[in-house]
Structures are given as C-alpha cells and as structure tokens.
Design a protein around this ligand. Structure first.
Ligand code: GLC
Length: 548
C-alpha cells in the first residue's frame, strides 16, 4: 500500500445535473447524488470528481461561474453539499471539484463591475486592451464555435481577453488581488471538506497575457504558490490539472524541488489518451509502447491520471494528420462525430462497435497502465452518445439507471429534462441501464466491479513503476509489467482480433506461484509462462509474485 491516497485511487467523474434528480424538476441534484453513493461505493470508486458545481448561466455546462462560493441552486444548497461530503466520507469516497478560475462568466458580478467603469475596483481583475490587439483572431480553443480571443465590449469601451468563449472573460492572474481571491476560493472548499481540485485550463491560468503577443510568458511560480497554499490548508489535498501541452513541457507543471513535485500533484495524460486511441484504431500496441517510453519520468509524489473518455471531445491534436485520420476512419467516420478539427464527440462503447470483448480489453488496458484511472459516468454500463445534440453535449446525456421513464434519472416530464435521455436503439435506456446490469454477473457493470476490485489488490499499478516487456510478441499484443514493494504484476492485452499464443518464459525466474487474477475467460494454469493463450481482444492480468 502506497503512502498517498491519490496514487491508488479510482476517480469517477460526473455532472451533478445529469446524474440523478431527487426532486423531479428535471435537473440532477446533490440529494440525488447522495442517493447513489452506495452504487458508487459498490463499483469501487474512491474519489469523485464533480464538474463545476457553482451558480452559472450554463452556457458552457458550468465552466462559466457567476459565484465561486456557492453551489448552483438547481443542485441544492451548500448545506446539501456539506452533507454529500459527509456521506461520501462515510463510504470512504473523497470528493474533488472543478476549479475553473482561468475565467468567469461575463455575468459574474466582478465582470459586470469591471466593464462598467475604468475606476471599478474589479477593472484590473480582467485583461483589457484599449486598442484592437493584432492577434485577436489567434489562439482559439473552440474553432468553429469561437471566432476570436479578444472581443470589444461596448460598455467598457475596451477589448477584453477570453481564451475560451466570448462569454468567458479571462481573469488577470498578474493581479495580486486575483491570486489572493483564488486562494480564498480554494480555502473555502477545503474547509468544507473537499480533497482537492481538478484545475481547469492550467496553461492559460498561468499565462501573463500581453495584447499582440500570441506567446505570452507563463508564470509557473504561481503553481508553486497555489500548491503551498493548498497543502498548508489541508495536508492531503491534491491538485489534478488539465494541462494539454507537449510532453516535454509537462515536468515544469509538476515542479521539482530536490526530486519532489512541488507544483501540481497530478496531470491528465492527454498524450497517452491520443496514443491509446491510435493503438485501438490500428489494433497495434506500438503507440502505447511509445507513450510509455517517451513520457517524462515523474518526480516523487507526482502522478498521472489516465482516461479513455472525459466530458470533452477526444482530443487528437497531438497526433499527426495521418494518425488522426486513422483514428477518425475507425471511430469517427461521419463528419458529425467530429468536432473542433481535432476530436471526436462520442462515447467509447459505440466507438468500439459495442463489442463487449473490445470494451473490456480497452478498459482493462487503461486501468493497468501507470497512473490513477479516471472513469466517466455511464461508461461502466456502456452508454452511447446522442449526436443530435450540439457539440460536446452529445456525450453529456443523463445517467441511465433503470427501465423506468427517463431512465429512472428523473420523474419530470421528458420535455423538462436538462438534456434528453437516450431512448432509442442499441444504447437506449430500455437496453442499457444500471438495473438491468446490477444483478447480472455477466454484465459490463459487474465486470467493472470485478476489475476495480482486482486493481485494489494490485497497488503496483498506481504506486509502482510500469514498463513495457520488450520481447517478441504476436502482432496486436502488448505486454507490460508493474513493479513495486508489493510485488510484480504482468499484463497481456490483445488489441487485435486473432487468437494468439505468447511466450513470457523469460519471466519464469522471477515468478512465484504466478496466477491469472483477471482475464477475459478461463485460460487455465499459467504454467511456466511459455505458452500463454490469448484470445482476440483478450487480456490477462497475471500476478507474477507477491512482495512483502
Ligand atoms: C476545459 C474544460 C471544458 C471547458 C473549458 C473552458 O477545457 O474541460 O469542458 O469548456 O475548460 O472552461
């Protein structure tokens, strides 16, 4: 057992508004989530990551806050939130929340005040330019939905900067008052009992924007400052960051003070995500092997967060155009499955043709790779997407709980729901729901429970070191291992469709009563590891030996 909870956590992310509605108004709420904590505990989740919970006009699904010190009244009250933290803790589940402080909503009182007058105490909380910045049409995050990064505000009679949508003005982090406010926001939620934050848009938070400079300098020390603050207020709290930058830029986000990370604790592994998609598309593990080889070594205390799907598009921008096209051809063949010229707005099950073997193999692979796995709600039952919804909303449909109307998500009339439930076809709630899978030992949900239980007994994955086993393998097969003080795990995953036989006898000298602890079928005894059978899309997690 490692020393740090986040290294061996299973993180589950959800939006309160699409998870469970307790009062029948059509919008999920905190009480609804509390009612489902037992479900999450049984699944084996140890940490919830809640997408933005603050009051918001919801033009970017809550990533546009109007008050950082409250919860969206549609979700309940701060009292409900405190109750959620208590009930989650009773079940051994921690809660982290999205911290979206790169920007606010343009309806935030700070921005309303700032635009109203140059003398407003909040004027300098945002980033202004009196002249039209020459780079105003550069650096958009949402091409197709966003035309510029500087917009003119007639009330303010000035241009304001917004890295994201125009209704999300960037806060001015160079202003000490803003930095102090961010620390106060963090303190507030830590005091209530959250275990940390998923920090949104970190490369842009630390950007010291200068009009006309598309490559404005970055203030990395700000991250050191935030880290110190968080750690002093709550020793075991973490910062899990969204920083989708080139891999060679990542180490500075973690920081290194005498070998220990002193900035962010965790980073989402976007590079691995893109490579996993490429590997699945090609049925060839090479991109994952490259990812394992190329990712920078982490300083002590730093950790990767792995994922297959999150609430955004699958971002393929770090692949070459040719690689991206290979992924598109397999997983996003239709134009409306793609978004922002770089990604795919689909869930995993439909991308993999709802092939149960392949879905299991993909998730077994993610959960066996170094780092802390993050799972998006609904993936554990194989939910689909609704491409008739705009943009990223396609993958943000309500959780499918049961056969009841609205999938048991809400008792409101269907036209009052925050978003329509998927009610047709292969992924309709009549087919894909928790109730149907809960008591079926062969269901995908039951498989996830078993897989996560197995992970609990393999702390080497989260806390140990992971390496590719570099021996000749049949095409399509990835062999890797995780080593730690608790022992060694060996993993085989077949990304291809052919049944194969694998020889891992070179590991025999290290083996001590090796045994399959998770596999797609009963393969029998592992013997001397020299004739390991592996079905198409099959996988075997083998405990090679136990340590102390
Ligand atoms: C992050 C979030 C995304 C949001 C954006 C703006 O990228 O993941 O959902 O739209 O930040 O806050």
């Amino acid at each position: 057992m490692g020393d740090r909870w986040y290294s061996e956590a299973v993180v589950y992310c959800l939006d309160i508004d699409t998870f469970a509605d307790s009062d029948g108004d059509g919008v999920g709420d905190i009480q609804g989530l509390i009612g489902r904590l037992d479900y999450l505990a049984r699944l084996g989740v140890t940490c919830l990551w809640l997408h933005p919970i603050h009051p918001s006009p919801n033009r970017d699904d809550g990533y546009d806050a109007t008050d950082f010190y409250n919860v969206d009244p549609r979700f309940g009250t701060l009292g409900d939130f405190a109750e959620l933290l208590h009930q989650a803790r009773n079940r051994g589940i921690r809660v982290i929340i999205d911290l979206v402080v790169n920007h606010t909503s343009d309806e935030h009182p700070w921005f309303q005040s700032a635009r109203s007058s140059p003398d407003s105490p909040y004027r300098d909380w945002y980033v202004w330019s009196a002249e039209e910045p020459p780079d105003r049409r550069q650096g958009m995050v949402f091409p197709g939905e966003q035309r510029e990064t500087w917009s003119y505000d007639r009330t303010a009679r000035a241009w304001y900067y917004h890295r994201f949508y125009r209704f999300q003005p960037d806060l001015n982090m160079a202003n000490p008052a803003v930095r102090a406010e961010v620390k106060k926001i963090m303190s507030f939620w830590l005091q209530l009992g959250v275990s940390g934050f998923r920090m949104d848009a970190v490369p842009f938070i630390i950007e010291l924007t200068e009009p006309g400079n598309a490559n404005s300098p970055k203030d990395l020390d700000l991250l050191t400052e935030f880290r110190q603050h968080v750690q002093w207020r709550r020793g075991d709290a973490i910062l899990l960051a969204e920083a989708n930058v080139e891999p060679d830029q990542l180490p500075v986000y973690l920081g290194d003070s005498g070998g220990s990370a002193n900035r962010l604790h965790m980073l989402f592994d976007f590079m691995l995500n893109g490579r996993l998609m490429l590997a699945l598309a090609r049925q060839d593990p090479e991109p994952v092997i490259e990812a394992l080889r190329d990712t920078p070594a982490l300083p002590v205390g730093a950790q990767w967060a792995t994922f297959l799907r999150n609430h955004d598009e699958i971002d393929l921008s770090r692949l070459t155009a040719e690689q991206r096209n290979q992924v598109y051809a397999q997983f996003g063949p239709d134009e409306d499955m793609r978004i922002y010229d770089r990604g795919i707005r689909r869930r995993l099950a439909p991308m993999l043709g709802n092939d149960r073997r392949r879905i299991e193999m993909a998730y077994a692979l993610q959960f066996s790779l170094r780092g802390t796995p993050v799972l998006r709600y609904g993936e554990e039952i194989g939910m689909g997407e609704d491409l008739s919804l705009p943009g990223r909303q396609a993958i943000r449909t309500p959780m499918q709980w049961s056969f009841k109307e609205n999938a048991g998500f809400s008792t409101a009339p269907p036209d009052k729901l925050v978003r329509p439930v998927i009610d047709k076809g292969e992924y309709g709630y009549q087919t894909v729901n928790v109730t149907a899978q809960r008591r079926d030992p062969r269901s995908l949900l039951a498989w996830f429970e078993r897989m996560i239980r197995t992970l609990r007994e393999a702390p080497e994955i989260g806390s140990g070191s992971t390496t590719h086993i570099d021996v000749s393998m049949p095409p399509g097969v990835l062999a890797h291992r995780a080593d730690g003080p608790t022992g060694t795990m060996v993993f085989l995953h077949n990304l291809g469709t052919e049944d194969v036989e694998v020889d891992l006898s070179l590991l025999q000298p290290e083996a001590d009563q090796p045994i399959d602890v998770l596999s797609d079928r009963g393969y029998g005894d592992v013997g001397k590891l020299e004739r390991l059978q592996l079905a198409g899309y099959g996988y075997r997690w083998i405990r090679l030996r136990r340590g102390c």
